[in-house]
Design a protein around this ligand. Structure first.
Ligand code: NAY
Length: 295
């Protein structure tokens, strides 16, 4: 089994000034991400604004990223969770053809699906491919927790190799880990990565890694080396950033940060929008702080 541990940038999307997917801007985002000391890229997830993109656009983006980043980063994970199963399968098949290293999928959430429907969805994806598949717990996005019994069933599917856990319920994370010791656990709330890492994560996947990938790698290293003082210091720096992002909106704020450090990434796609011009000024001032220069 390929080693998939580590920290992954949840790659953002590059749009032109009218909101169309744009290859040059996508490449700018990729090029910056692969220069971080991360394990790889997580492509087409929430951070990519995938909920606002068509399946055809996601297919195009999947191909662009594989072309640009292969050989420059170690691993590529394709997020394939679309509202309908047929579209998800298109993304799975292309990712396999493009030799992505693993797949991940949000549970279906555009309706109030039953546990059985959610399980069947993952079964259908798992049947499509031999690639490792990462299930996704993210109540802030889907509006519901997946019950432990359902997660147990999904994690038992043969090629489900792990979970991307984006919830602050670290007790649940710990119990899951005990029940499924052979699986990979990726944590998805950047602002409390260190706390999850103490409970034993195999890595993280995050939006703010697009600009601060090296900082999260350093937090992860510090926890692994039992240097809690250093881990806390670095996590607090990340928290100061994310506190400001909550005022601008996370995705608009990260794109603003990229622009501030010279990455031409373009705008967010409507209806996302910058929440406050004033917060944007605070963010720009923060980015210029000496503590951040190293990162
Ligand atoms: C994705 O699919 O791209 C991710 O989930 C990345 C993880 C992010 N979580 C969500 C819900 O988008 O990085 C986090 C998040 O943006 C960050 O912790 C700020 O809350």
């Amino acid at each position: 089994k390929k080693e998939l541990n580590g920290m992954y940038v949840a790659l953002m999307s590059g749009f032109d000034d009218h909101g169309e997917l744009n290859a040059e801007r996508q490449n700018n985002i990729i090029d910056y991400a692969v220069r971080q000391r991360v394990r790889g890229l997580y492509v087409g997830g929430s951070s990519a604004e995938s909920g606002l993109m068509s399946t055809d656009e996601l297919l195009v983006q999947q191909a662009w990223v594989s072309e640009r980043a292969s050989g420059k980063t170690d691993k590529l994970i394709a997020h394939v969770g679309q509202p309908n199963l047929a579209d998800s399968i298109k993304l799975v098949r292309q990712a396999a053809r493009l030799e992505y290293d693993a797949l991940s999928a949000l549970p279906p959430h555009s309706y109030r699906f039953s546990d059985q429907e959610i399980l069947s969805y993952y079964q259908a994806l798992a049947k499509e491919t031999d690639l490792p598949l990462i299930v996704y717990e993210v109540p802030v996005r889907t509006g519901r927790d997946l019950p432990m019994e359902l997660l147990d069933e999904i994690m038992k599917l043969p090629n489900v190799t792990g979970i991307k856990f984006t919830s602050s319920d670290l007790f649940k994370l710990s119990i899951l880990k005990r029940r499924h010791p052979d699986k990979h656990f990726y944590f998805g709330f950047d602002e409390i990565y260190a706390s999850a890492a103490i409970m034993g994560t195999d890595g993280g996947i995050g939006t703010t890694y697009n600009v601060l990938g090296n900082l999260y790698v350093a937090i992860d290293d510090a926890i692994r080396n039992s240097d809690l003082v250093e881990a806390r210091r670095l996590q607090v720096l990340s928290q100061r950033y994310i506190e400001l992002l909550f005022e601008t909106g996370v995705l608009p704020g990260v794109k603003l940060t990229m622009q501030a450090i010279g990455i031409d990434c373009g705008p967010v796609r409507a209806p996302l929008k910058l929440l406050s011009k004033e917060a944007a000024q605070h963010l720009k001032a923060f980015v210029a702080l000496p503590e951040l220069a190293k990162w």
